[in-house]
Ligand binder design. Sequence first.
Ligand SMILES: O=C(O)c1cc(=O)[nH]c(=O)n1[C@@H]1O[C@H](COP(=O)(O)O)[C@@H](O)[C@H]1O
Length: 234
Amino acid sequence: MNTKPILALDFPGEKEVFDFLQQFNEPLFVKIGMELYMQEGPTIVRKVKDLGHDIFLDLKLHDIPNTVGSAMKGLAKLGVDLVNVHAAGGRPMMEAALEGLEAGTPAGKERPALIAVTQLTSTTEEQMQAEQKIALSLQESVLHYAGLTKQAGLQGVVCSVHEAKAIAEVCGDEFLRVTPGIRLAGGDAHDQKRIATPDGAKRDGSSLIVVGRAVTGAQDPVAAYKIVNELWEA
Ligand SMILES: O=C(O)c1cc(=O)[nH]c(=O)n1[C@@H]1O[C@H](COP(=O)(O)O)[C@@H](O)[C@H]1O
């Protein structure tokens, strides 16, 4: 899999996406998430794919197994590279997601990789314990979800950089640790709680980093992306 930093295209519509992308003269690995997909639907996925970019379609599915499996069967036809569900949906739901993807992938095409969100990077340990009533440390909860995800046959998880190394030790280095919550040193954390720098992510066991506002909100996004890339690849 492409290991470039994944750029989160968290924009309200197609115009903003193309204004942003036309500044870059290279194929990128981009993420289309809920904000954009809710407005533009599958059409924006096809258009971004046609420009030659790899795509992580981040819709974080979380529903009963039958619904998630059927939805994944449809998403598999879009030709994206990576998709996700919430591990909290449970093992049968994750297995159904995988089966749906396999059933929906056109003959001769590669099935999108499937990963599961463990604990969102906007969640703190205190919040998790108080609101979700999970009587574990945040690291234990993330490791538990990572194990469940691996048992279900998925390719990896979304977690923060803080848990990445422990997951690699338990689940193996091949099992992907995709880490959002990436900021340049001194950058605004916004709503993220478990953050790290691109070089910290590299050092601490991330397989792939997801970067949004540190690049999209920069005065010069191309320059910011270059800095992120250099720190990540160093
Ligand atoms: O699945 C994700 O991509 C995701 C999971 C998670 O735990 N935290 C998280 O921030 N994300 C996504 O990663 C991106 C992070 O954006 P920034 O905080 O702007 O860098 C957003 O598009 C989020 O939807």
